[in-house]
Design a protein around this ligand. Structure first.
Ligand SMILES: Nc1ncnc2c1ncn2[C@@H]1O[C@H](COP(=O)(O)OP(=O)(O)OP(=O)(O)O)[C@@H](O)[C@H]1O
Ligand SMILES: [Mg+2]
Length: 494
């Protein structure tokens, strides 16, 4: 055999060139399984040099121990019967390198024509790299699929032209309950299973964004197979190919819980709001009742003081007068005392009138609101010395007692505030009768109410004014300009 290798025949130069340039291992053996030729790729693949291996048997070298028996039988069988089931076809099997490492190969064995006893030529390709690549691919596909499945949302892809799904991850089944085939096979599946209230806008939003080649996200409801509603947050990427949208890829995340929480929160807020309003309404009702009770009380006290006390004093004054007439001029001392008594009684009558008027100006009941305002403004001017200009409409305002009283009390509080806080040199009072309302405006030229006084609680004057106005469907507004003065405006529906 060595001779065969060492002294090639004339045509062997040609053969050698082919062997050496071949991309696969080329190995020739004789009928006994002894290696005759071993090309450079084979040397590199198996780790033997041609020198080392030629003349050795396949089964002692590159066939792994587990396959040796099979090889021996095959060869023997062929020699006996001429049948070689492995000849002339591609088969995959395991080979062994010099260091004993086994590896996958692809192999084709042919019988060399015209040789007797037969010789065989094997073409062997090392599959290690290919297998590794296949493995890596399989692994990465696996990892990719595992990743997609592990996402807590539906990963999907659809054809941007037909809107038909080309991929939907398994989560779809779990989240919505429809088999994956429905998603993939039924055109229009997505749109048809959107909640009817969201369908139109959600579909047209997605279609429009796709046409504009814009990635987009939106939240909408879909219907599960069992009829319940699921809220989805859909995050969509538009894949552009050849300048036009080719595919949509996205993830649908289940946000039902979040939406539910939002809804609960909204309801809780509403409930709280409702309770607060109810509470405010009750308090207002209470305030109104207290106010009217107070007003009644004042009314009663004012009337009693005026009537009872007034009558008694008038009677007393009459008695003193008649006594004065009866006393002889000689009784100087008594005359003086009686005259002083008479004066005192007059002053007390005045006081009683004033006190009862302050408690409840009869003028309000007797002559009406405008006259009462006029009277109160004059009183104010008299007591404070601050001139009070008036612009009142003709006629009267015919309101019931409660409403006139409310307006009058607001006016009183406004004047009291001016006297106490404004440091004003003048006041203008104006009442306008408009179509549907009466507007009372009180303007002073004092220091101007500070902004924080308006919002700040703690004092009840302004609050009471506002409350009174509101009770009759009216509105109070206060504007202050620092250093220029304050204007209080009350609008009361007619
Ligand atoms: N015409 C005004 N000019 C300047 N400041 C004013 C005027 N009216 C009210 N204020 C300011 O607004 C605050 C609130 O007025 P409000 O009538 O509510 O309370 P108050 O007069 O201080 O106390 P009360 O509860 O006895 O009325 C006053 O303390 C005062 O500082
Ligand atoms: Mg006040």
């Amino acid at each position: 055999m060595r001779d065969f290798l060492k002294r090639p025949k004339a045509s062997d130069a040609y053969k050698k060139a082919i062997l050496e340039s071949a991309l696969d291992c080329v190995i020739t053996i004789d009928h006994d399984g002894r290696i005759l030729e071993f090309n450079p790729v084979a040397e590199r693949t198996f780790g033997y040099t041609a020198e080392q291996i030629s003349g050795k048997k396949l089964e002692e070298t590159i066939i792994p121990p587990s396959l040796r028996e099979q090889h021996r039988r095959g060869l023997k069988n062929y020699m006996a019967t001429g049948k070689g089931p492995i000849l002339n076809k591609r088969i995959e099997m395991i080979a062994m390198r010099k260091d004993g490492a086994e590896f996958p190969v692809e192999l084709t064995v042919v019988r060399i024509p015209g040789e007797d006893p037969p010789k065989f030529c094997g073409y062997v390709r090392d599959l290690t790299d290919r297998r590794r690549a296949e493995d890596a691919l399989r692994r990465s596909r696996h990892a990719y699929a595992a990743l997609v499945e592990s996402i807590d949302g539906i990963v999907w892809e659809l054809d941007a032209q037909t809107f038909k799904f080309t991929f939907v991850s398994k989560q779809a089944e779990r989240m919505l309950g429809y088999p994956l085939e429905n998603w993939l096979e039924k055109p229009g599946f997505w749109a048809e299973h959107i909640h009817p209230d969201d369908r139109e806008w959600a579909v047209s939003f997605c279609v429009r964004a796709t046409a504009e080649k814009k990635d987009h996200q939106f939240e909408y409801r879909m219907l599960r197979a069992d009829g319940t509603v699921v809220w989805l947050h859909d995050i969509v990427t538009v894949v552009i190919e050849d300048g036009r949208p080719a595919k949509l890829r996205g993830v649908m995340v289940d946000i039902t819980e979040r939406k539910q929480a939002e809804e609960d929160l909204r309801k809780a807020h509403e409930e709280l709001d409702r309770k607060r309003k109810e509470e405010a309404r009750r308090l207002r009702g209470l305030a109104a009742r207290l106010e009217s009770a107070r007003e009644d009380e004042r009314n009663r006290v004012a009337r009693e003081i005026h009537d009872e006390l007034g009558q008694s004093l008038t009677g007393l004054k009459f008695e003193v007068s008649s006594l004065l007439k009866k006393i002889s001029p000689g009784q100087q001392e008594s005359l003086k005392k009686l005259a002083a008594m008479q004066k005192l009684i007059d002053a007390t009558i005045q006081s009683v009138r004033r006190i009862s008027a302050e408690l409840r100006p009869r003028i309000l009941d007797d002559l009406g609101l405008l006259e009462a305002i006029k009277w109160q403004a004059k009183e104010f001017q008299k007591h404070t010395g601050i001139p009070c200009a008036m612009d009142l409409p003709g006629g009267e305002i015919t309101w019931n007692q409660e409403k006139s009283t409310a307006m009058f009390r607001i006016f009183q509080e406004t004047l009291t505030n001016i006297a106490r806080h404004a440091g004003a040199a003048g006041v203008e009072v104006r009442v306008q009768k408009q179509d549907k309302q009466v507007v009372l405006e009180v303007r002073d030229n004092g220091r101007g109410i500070a902004e924080e006084r308006l919002s700040g609680s703690g004092s009840f004057g302004l609050l009471g004014m506002e409350e009174r106005a509101r009770l009759f469907g009216g509105k109070l507004s206060i504007k202050g300009v620092v250093g220029k003065g304050t204007t209080v405006t009350v609008q009361m529906p007619y």
